[in-house]
Design a protein around this ligand. Structure first.
Ligand code: 5IU
Length: 276
């Protein structure tokens, strides 16, 4: 079979067993959008307003729920209602990094109870495989999926070379729960031999550090275009934050136009990629 990135999202959805991976691929195909918006704002009102505007154009909303200064549990009810209204997947970008027992508690409990509402979350591979066991003890029974941070978009990132290879190997050993990576390029064929028990290794690659107008943010972030990310590097989902909502969440029309622009660019790059 051909490499995953040369096949359609719909074809790949059929092969994934993890419910969160399947849901994401099916949503991308249904909405013809590989755009995820990262909603990094501090007020609950702005958070919901941006999501309601970009909702029609995205496959996924990425959250940092601990940024919200006026968080209450009803925010989650509102977020879930928008996810149904606009048909998008939810990804809490929690970046877990502790021992198994602690991450299981952080994932299930506390103020935010992430596992109860976020289809997908992510973890640093730095503690080793026990971080996956801890998170999967909570997330797997709920049908959740995990992404490992194999690479980062920031200047001078230490997640490279043998660290990235070890992350891929860890993922291969937990295919029921680890659905892919946060990375800057495809991870298939990286590190040791792919798992022969999986007919066609297919990791989802979600990629932050995407922007059309600027190359960085002065704080280490580095941006590439949707075309570079999806067509040249074979990634599956573009994650865009400030490139879409800028500095003023009240500019509804501008946000909507930017979301459409990134959605169109991301989809055009995908169509060019799968073209025979
Ligand atoms: N993010 C990155 N780079 C990474 C990882 C996560 O930018 O390597 I891992 C997050 C940080 C922020 C979003 O929530 O993705 C990007 O936002 P901007 O598009 O506004 O830079």
């Amino acid at each position: 079979m051909s490499s995953p990135h040369l096949r359609t999202y719909a074809e790949r959805a059929l092969q994934h067993k993890n419910p969160a991976a399947k849901l994401l691929l099916e949503t991308i195909e249904r909405k013809k959008s590989n755009l995820a918006v990262s909603v990094d704002v501090a007020s609950a009102k702005d958070f919901l307003a941006i999501i309601d505007v970009v909702g029609p154009f995205v496959c996924l909303i990425k959250t940092h729920i601990d940024i919200i200064h006026d968080f209450t549990p009803s925010l989650i009810t509102d977020l879930q209602a928008l996810s149904v209204k606009h048909d998008f997947v939810i990804f809490e970008d929690r970046k877990f990094a502790d021992i198994g027992n602690t991450v299981a508690l952080q994932y299930s409990s506390g103020v935010h109870k992430i596992a109860s509402w976020s289809h997908i979350t992510n973890a640093h591979p730095v503690p080793g495989p026990s971080i996956i066991s801890g998170l999967s003890s909570v997330g797997l029974p709920l049908g959740r999926g995990l992404l490992l941070l194999a690479e980062m978009s920031t200047k001078g990132s230490l997640a490279s070379g043998s660290y990235t290879e070890a992350a891929v190997q860890m993922a291969r050993e937990h295919r029921n729960f680890v659905i892919g990576f946060i990375a800057q390029r495809r991870m298939d064929g990286i590190g040791t031999t792919p798992d022969e028990s999986i007919p066609d290794e297919d990791f989802l690659i979600l990629t932050p550090g995407v922007g059309l107008d600027v190359s960085g943010d002065g704080m280490g972030q580095q941006y590439r275009t949707p075309r570079q990310v999806v067509l040249d590097s074979g990634c599956d989902v573009i994650i865009v934050g400030r490139g879409i909502y800028g500095k003023d969440p009240s500019l509804v029309e501008a946000i909507s136009a930017q979301a459409q622009r990134y959605r169109d660019d991301g989809w055009a790059a995908y169509l060019a990629r799968i073209k025979p």
